[in-house]
Design a binder for this molecule. Structure first.
Ligand code: CP
Ligand code: NVA
Length: 305
């Protein structure tokens, strides 16, 4: 990070110790909030949020998180800004940097995030791109560790589509030293560069076509929608993905106490059955809650609070 600006673009862009520090801070902030303590370290700070795709959790958790920290937010969509009339990302970054203290962006091509980051003089946070979703993984690791203790050395299985959330899971696996078993149908593999990066940085990654093989004896099973936002054009028949559905039968191959994790929104009856997502091993709503706590720590790290 040569500029000295603390961007939160990807887990691969931060050190393991920085990420661990953010998670530790998230746990402390969460405990203090539950104990009724309120501190306002971001009083007077403004976060601009740009959404080029829909959102429930990311939008509300950043908004509430910023308010809890004493700051304010401005909610924007790309189409209502001049961005939608072809003002460049670079110029937009320079203008916003004169008004606000940080930018959170959910967008399409990852290059748009990078261009924003390269031209902003304030921190930029990745709220999901076509390629990655790092804030989700911060919440997910926080959640796993709340339920099962240190994630180091544990094994996660991913079944379904090899998408942006899996890419960030792969980055997390190297940064937090856990293993990832991946089961995806042909044509839905994650991008090779994320597997290569994870392995090059100490991650242990196994990839197979068999969901049963991937989930055998794992500590957590993670899945996500079969068709991500903006990927509708490459949607394929659900029969291709059905063998990757997380159902009670599949869960039986994992450890008996294996967690079921999903970033939400879920497509019940597709990637997961009601029995699993509403079952005793599911922590999906803890993950959703922890978006708030993890992102407050990300905001505090970015803004030096
Ligand atoms: N998991 C997640 O990012 O949810 P939203 O799309 O609702 O923000
Ligand atoms: N992979 C999903 C995640 C949604 C939070 C998508 O990009 O649509």
């Amino acid at each position: 990070m040569t500029s000295g600006i603390r961007h939160f673009t990807d887990l691969s862009a931060l050190s393991g110790s920085d990420l661990r520090g953010i998670l530790d801070d998230a746990a402390v902030r969460k405990a203090r909030l539950k104990a009724g303590e309120r501190s306002k370290p971001l009083e007077g700070k403004v976060l601009a949020m740009i959404f080029d795709k829909p959102s429930t959790r990311t939008r509300i958790s950043f908004d509430v998180g910023m308010r809890q920290l004493g700051g304010e937010t401005i909610m924007l969509t790309g189409t209502e800004m001049q961005l939608g009339r072809s003002e460049s990302i670079a110029d937009t970054a320079k203008v916003l940097s004169r008004y606000v203290d940080a930018i959170m962006i959910r967008t399409t091509a990852h290059d748009r995030l990078i261009e924003l980051t390269e031209n902003a003089t304030i921190p930029v946070i990745n709220g999901l791109t076509d390629d990655t979703h790092p804030c989700q993984l911060m919440a997910d690791i926080l959640t796993f560790e709340e339920h099962r203790g240190p994630v180091r050395g544990k094994t996660f299985a991913w079944t379904g589509d090899g998408n942006n959330v899996l890419h960030s899971l792969l980055e997390a696996s190297a940064r937090f030293s856990f293993n990832v078993n991946i089961a995806v149908p042909e044509g839905s593999e994650p991008e090779e560069k994320y597997i290569d990066w994870s392995r090059a940085n100490g991650g242990k990654v196994m990839i197979t076509r068999s969901a049963e093989d991937a989930v055998r004896d794992v500590d957590a099973i993670v899945t996500d929608c079969w068709v991500s936002m903006g990927q509708e054009h490459r949607a394929r028949g659900h029969n291709v993905f059905l063998p990757y559905q997380v159902n009670v039968e599949l869960m039986k191959h994992a450890k008996p106490d294996a967690l079921f994790m999903h970033c939400l929104p879920a497509h019940r009856g597709e990637e997961v059955t009601d029995e699993v997502i509403d079952g005793p091993n599911s922590v999906v709503f803890d993950e959703a809650e922890n978006r708030l706590h993890a992102q407050k720590a990300v905001l505090a790290w970015c803004l030096g609070a």
